[in-house]
Design a protein around this ligand. Sequence first.
Ligand code: FES
Length: 185
Amino acid sequence: MATPRTQTPPKLRASALPTAKDTAGEALTKGDRRYKTLEMTLKRNQYSQDALIEVLHKAQETFGYLDEDVLTYIARGLKLPLSRVYGVATFYHLFSLKPAGAHTCIVCLGTACYVKGSGKILEALEQELSITVGNTSADGQVSLMAARCVGACGIAPVAVFDGTVAGKVEPAAALSRIQEWEAED
Ligand code: FES
């Protein structure tokens, strides 16, 4: 059960809202399979507005956090005003709207990825960054998140580096990607 934040949801300025051009549909056409997972969740819930929290929950599991594109996609799918979707997403501690770090690595811990060793990837990264999943490295460079199935099981194990899905990831390859980020100023 989601826990409400103590504050009421902030009001959004119209200028903060994505325009029609910033659609998540663009990402979908670019082949981001995570949107297919999200679309399936919407469909399973028959695009019911009452399913908003459940859909947000699934989206957070899939993307690691809820950015503007994802919230816009959900708002359109459920035919809800974007301000309402933002309002609910910001109201509950359960949801995070953005990673705190300059870069984000999301490791998929869904079944297909887990059996192919994604747990080991996560372990290696946690050790390298000296943090546990869900946190950001002390230098603010890397946020490490987990997701449950990003819709790319065929190329498991999967990790998402700054929004780009990578398949058949070895712990060593994930480590060197992270080390490149750490070396940045
Ligand atoms: S379980 Fe990782 S992509 Fe499906």
